[in-house]
Design a protein around this ligand. Structure first.
Ligand code: TYM
Length: 333
C-alpha cells in the first residue's frame, strides 16, 4: 500500500475555542491521510501553558479539542489521537534538543516576537523554547509529513534544521519532516482586519468564526465582515476583505474563484456575505452535532486519550532509546 510506513504528525493547542482557520487550515485536512499513513494527532496542552491559562478551562478545552478531532472525521481506530502531557517523552526530548538549538535561532521566530509583544508581562522561558518542544513532537514519531497552516512554516523549518543538525553531529537518528501546507485554507484572515490572521486568541469575537458558533452568530459575523470599497465580487489580492471571504467560500463549497465571480455577477456584497455564512454554517452543522454527542460522554473521550497515549508512548520510546544512546546516556532496558 502506498505510504504504508509513512508517518503524519500534527497538533492543535487547546488554548482557545477553535476557529474556522484551525478547521480549514488544519483539522479538516487531517482525515485524508488516515487510510494511507500512520497518523498521530495531538492536543498540545504543554504548548498552551506558555500563555497563562485558567486550569478548569484548559481541561475543558483539552476534552473539546479531542472531541473536535473526532467530530471532524478522525476515527480513533485509524488514527492515534492523544494529549501531549500524557506522553512525557515530549518534554524529555525537548530538553535534549534544546541543548543543540541556538539562542539566535529561537530569537528569530516571529511567533515569539508577536507573542512577547501581546503578553509583555509574561515573556517566559517556555514561550521562547516553544519551537523546540514543537520540533520534539514531530521528531519523536519519525514523522514524514506535518499538515499545518502557513503560520507554522517557520517553526517547521526550524524542526527540520534541528533534525538535520542532530543527524549530522550524532549520526542518523531522525527522519527529516516535510510540511504539508494545503493551498486551500492555509491562511484564513480575521473578518474585521483581513490583513491579520484569524486567531483563536483574538479578543475581538466579531473577527473570528468559531467551529462551535451557532448558525445565527455565523451569519451575523459574516454579514458584518469588513469588505473593501467597491461592490463587485471579484478575486483580487489587493482587496483582502473580499479575497478572504472568497477563499472561505471556496473552501466550504469547492467552487473555484471564476465560478464564484459568475455566481455573484451583478449581485452586491450583501448577497455574497449571506451565502458565505450559509455555506459555513451548513458545513459545520454535522461537526457541531457530533461534537455535542461526544462531549456528553467524557468516559469515551478518556478511553480514546488512554489508548492514544499508550500507542504514542510506545512509538516515542523507540526514538528516545536511540537518542539516549546517541547522546551518551545509559539506556537501561
Ligand atoms: P495552533 O493551535 O495555533 O493552530 C492549529 C492549526 O491550525 C492552523 N491555523 C490556521 N490555518 C489557517 N488559517 C488560520 N487563520 C489559522 N490559524 C491556525 C495552524 O497552522 C495549525 O496547523 N504550534 C502549533 C501547534 C503544534 C504543532 C506541533 C503543529 C505544536 N506542536 C507539531 C504541528 C506539529 C500551533 O500553535 O497551532
Amino acid at each position: 500500500m502506498l505510504g504504508e510506513n509513512k508517518v503524519i504528525f500534527s497538533g492543535v493547542q487547546p488554548s482557545g475555542n477553535l476557529t474556522i482557520g484551525n478547521y480549514l487550515g488544519a483539522i479538516r485536512n487531517f482525515s485524508a491521510f488516515s487510510e494511507e499513513y500512520r497518523c498521530f494527532y495531538c492536543v498540545v496542552d504543554l504548548h498552551a501553558v506558555t500563555v497563562r491559562q485558567v486550569p478548569a478551562e484548559l481541561r475543558r478545552r483539552t476534552y473539546e479539542t479531542l472531541a473536535l478531532y473526532i467530530a471532524c472525521g478522525l476515527d480513533p481506530e485509524k488514527n492515534t489521537l492523544f494529549v501531549q502531557s500524557h506522553v512525557p517523552a515530549h518534554c524529555e526530548l525537548s530538553w535534549m534538543l534544546g541543548c543543540s538549538t541556538m539562542f539566535g535561532e529561537l530569537s528569530r521566530m516571529t511567533q515569539f516576537k508577536d507573542k512577547s509583544q501581546k503578553h509583555a508581562d509574561n515573556i517566559n522561558a517556555g514561550l521562547f523554547t516553544y519551537p523546540v518542544l514543537m520540533a520534539s513532537d514531530i521528531l519523536l514519531y519519525q514523522t514524514d509529513l506535518v499538515p499545518v497552516g502557513i503560520d507554522q512554516k517557520q517553526h517547521l523549518e526550524l524542526a527540520r534544521n534541528i533534525a538535520i543538525r542532530f543527524n549530522h553531529l550524532m549520526g542518523d537518528t531522525f527522519t527529516v519532516p516535510d510540511g504539508y501546507i494545503s493551498k486551500d485554507g492555509m491562511k484564513i484572515m480575521s473578518l474585521t482586519e483581513p490583513t491579520a490572521k484569524m486567531s483563536k486568541s483574538d479578543p475581538n469575537k466579531n473577527a473570528v468564526v468559531y467551529i462551535l458558533d451557532p448558525k445565527d452568530e455565523i451569519l451575523r459575523k459574516f454579514r458584518r465582515a469588513v469588505t473593501d470599497s467597491g461592490s463587485e465580487v471579484r478575486y483580487d489580492e489587493d482587496r483582502p476583505g473580499i479575497a478572504n471571504l472568497m477563499s472561505i467560500y471556496r473552501c466550504f463549497t469547492g467552487k473555484e474563484y471564476d465560478e464564484i465571480e459568475r455566481e455573484f455577477d451583478g449581485r452586491g456584497y450583501g448577497d455574497f456575505k449571506a451565502a458565505v455564512g450559509e455555506a459555513c454554517a451548513d458545513a459545520l452543522a454535522p461537526v457541531q452535532a457530533e461534537f455535542s454527542r461526544l462531549m456528553a460522554d467524557k468516559g469515551y473521550l478518556e478511553s480514546v486519550m488512554k489508548a492514544g497515549a499508550e500507542t504514542a508512548a510506545r512509538a516515542a520510546a523507540r526514538t528516545m532509546s536511540k537518542v539516549r544512546r546517541r547522546l551518551g546516556f545509559i539506556d537501561l532496558k
